[in-house]
Design a protein around this ligand. Structure first.
Ligand SMILES: [Zn+2]
Length: 338
């Protein structure tokens, strides 16, 4: 990526690959990294890096717009000299209010936060963070009637984390995740929900951030399930109920949606069709790509550019937003859809 930028390839390729603009994906924005094993570090960037990106985008004349405006731009498909960037944040971490919002406010940048009400109300937890806390404490983890992992050393702990991520994501059903996690928390004396109490915005905080016109609140299902693993009825229910709850608490129905996990293994054509029929104007995935006029028929499967906390370098972000990395990440394809 560094080479692509320095050779000027990214700038010239931008016209071909960059399309109309990009949607940036963030999770946590905080000055300190709180991942004890370093395994969830990629979900976190610092407010200083966020500000650096915004200043660079403004300096190159990029238009910073809301998700409503993204939909308008894609529908009209008009290419202008100015490309756009929309900033989005997933899961509703309270550092979005405490650390990211002041930066957005200072530079008048519109942003969208995709909120899953289940995190706020404790129906589900940020399980990947709870898994990390359990592994930090434990020397050995055993799932009843399931696999076990040794985690005495840092090396074993990291390996166990990745194995448990796969186990929770692909072996357990979505409905089994929480009972298994609660059991492990009990065995290892970890409070199942501390992370969510400490890290996720309360309803009052969501109302507070939403009171600024710069902010759009989008839906992110209720329970943060991998939708591809649910029946079509359950997918529709998760989407509808999350929109109902947000409308009830905020007084307006959310118009935009983000698929939990959002990879091709978690959201595809069926999920995009259901999101459209549930009335959302747009749906964003976590698949890597920039936004093109071709997305006008695919507004419910918009790819994003993830700004990774592991590589907080401006040139990486700029190179990805040029679109030059889109075909590299997607078997040669320039436009990424469902
Ligand atoms: Zn999420």
């Amino acid at each position: 990526m560094r080479l692509a930028w320095h050779t000027g390839f990214a700038t010239t390729a931008r016209d071909h690959f960059g399309g109309l603009g990009s949607v940036i994906m963030l999770h946590r924005v905080r000055p300190d990294c709180i991942s004890p094993l370093g395994v969830t570090r990629s979900l976190s960037i610092t407010p200083a890096f966020l500000e650096q990106i915004i200043l660079a985008l403004k300096a190159e004349g990029t238009e910073l717009i809301s998700m409503d405006e993204v939909v308008e731009h894609v529908k009209t498909g008009k290419r202008s000299d100015r490309r756009f960037v929309a900033v989005t944040l997933d899961d509703g971490y309270n550092d979005n209010l405490n650390h990211a919002y002041p930066v957005f406010q200072k530079h008048s940048v519109p942003f969208t936060v995709y909120v899953a009400p289940g995190f706020i109300e404790g129906a589900t937890v940020l399980w990947w963070e709870v898994v990390e806390s359990i592994i930090v404490k434990a020397d050995h983890i055993k799932i009843p009637n399931g696999p076990e992992w040794r985690c005495g050393t840092l090396f074993q702990k990291r390996a166990a984390f990745h194995a448990m991520m796969r186990y929770f994501s692909y072996t357990l059903t979505e409905l089994e995740q929480m009972p298994v996690l609660r059991h492990l928390c009990e065995v290892h004396g970890v409070v199942c929900g501390v992370a969510q109490d400490r890290d996720v915005m309360s309803w009052n905080e969501v109302r507070q951030i939403n009171s600024d016109p710069l902010c759009t609140i989008g839906a992110h299902t209720v329970h943060h399930y991998n939708l591809k693993k649910l029946t079509a009825d359950m997918v529709a229910q998760e989407m509808q109920l999350s929109a109902d709850m947000l409308e009830d608490k905020l007084g307006a129905r959310p118009q935009h949606f983000a698929y939990p996990y959002g990879s091709a293994k978690a959201a595809a054509r069926r999920e995009a069709e259901i999101a459209a029929s549930e009335g959302f104007l747009s749906g964003v995935t976590t698949r890597h790509g920039t936004i093109h006029a071709e997305h006008r028929n695919n507004l419910h499967a918009l790819p994003r550019i993830s700004i990774n906390g592991r590589f907080q370098k401006l040139i990486y972000a700029q190179t990805m937003m040029s679109g030059v990395t889109t075909p590299i990440a997607n078997a040669g394809r320039r436009v990424i859809q469902a």
